[in-house]
Design a protein around this ligand. Structure first.
Ligand SMILES: [Zn+2]
Length: 206
């Protein structure tokens, strides 16, 4: 009986909710063109309507990414701060921020795992969007680790441009062996499991 009680933290959780200081982690993952950033922006805008203090970050990996906003392929945008590392993000974090948005989580260093854990422990709601697989279909760190520690997970899907099935892969359509290749419609397309060719394939002619 004593052991059973020791493992039941329901009361503790209920109390922390009453105090309003319980944070959590939400992760949005999927392939390119699956609407990850759009879903992130939607949640951030709702938090702002609720008058919560929101801070948004994205990795600074090249000039395109140094523009101070995050954008979805459908044209939705939200202001954000470009940062080089998870440590720089933490240095720019303001104490009274209630909601933290992070886009392109896969381009962050592994320190992001510790950072978001600390933020959630400190009562913040943390929402991270990112690619769960690279162009070869391998899990794209640190997203797998973030999926493990998150309270809430959303997987978004695109539509395969070849056959119309549910797409779960980012098909690279240009020759390159670099894991990070910034680009969109000119370098990638969404593919399903059947049509996906690891590494690269010719673009689909439509
Ligand atoms: Zn397909």
């Amino acid at each position: 009986m004593v052991e059973e009680f020791a493992f039941d933290n329901t009361e503790e959780r209920r109390r922390s909710r009453q105090n309003g200081d319980a944070g959590w982690i939400e992760v949005i993952v999927g392939s390119m063109f699956s609407g990850k950033s759009e879903e992130l922006i939607r949640r951030l805008k709702r938090a702002q309507i609720a008058r919560q203090k929101v801070q948004v970050f994205k990795p600074k990996i090249d000039d395109r990414y140094s523009i101070e906003q995050i954008a979805s392929h459908s044209g939705m945008t939200h202001v954000s701060k470009p940062v080089m590392t998870a440590a720089e993000m933490m240095a720019k974090m303001e104490d009274d921020t209630q909601v933290v948005g992070i886009d392109e989580g896969q381009f962050f260093d592994m320190e992001l795992i510790k950072a978001v854990t600390e933020l959630a422990n400190n009562g913040k709601r943390v929402i991270i969007a990112g690619l769960d697989q690279d162009y070869t279909g391998r899990p794209f760190e640190p997203m797998p680790q973030l999926l493990s520690i998150a309270e809430f997970i959303t997987k978004t899907h695109a539509i395969c441009v070849k056959c119309g099935n549910t797409a779960n892969y980012s098909q690279r359509t240009s020759e390159s062996t670099e894991r990070v290749q910034v680009g969109a419609h000119d370098k990638y397309e969404a593919r399903c499991r059947k049509c996906f060719v690891p590494h690269s394939d010719k673009p689909t002619v439509v």
